[in-house]
Design a protein around this ligand. Sequence first.
Ligand code: MN
Length: 131
Amino acid sequence: MMPPQVLVVEDAAANMKLAVLLLGKAGYSVLQADNAMDGIALAREHQPDLILMDIQLPGMDGLTATRLLKENEATRHIKVIALTAFAMKGDEEKMIAAGCDGYIAKPIQYRNFLAQVEKILGRLGGGKETP
Ligand code: MN
């Protein structure tokens, strides 16, 4: 069975490194993009199961990118979790309005991070335990 594939769109190298490490250890196949345009192109080409989308990106921001993905027939089925450094009042509504299926607050905390990913992918209880 193919492992679920997760696309991470994140411009901060440290966050990207951590997300890729955690996802890889949990058995996911990981794709990476450091900007929205590359992320959208990878999503169309590879049809990942899930996209982790940083909200603050250089150029096109993550909410705009999510809106474009959700407006396109070829990519609208892909789940999107927003990665956000500051979830303030009203931000959750904005993320939902853009089409996000959930969000993870940064800094990334590994248990919560993987729990959110597994929840959205419906893998509850199916993931490997990391000691
Ligand atoms: Mn960023």
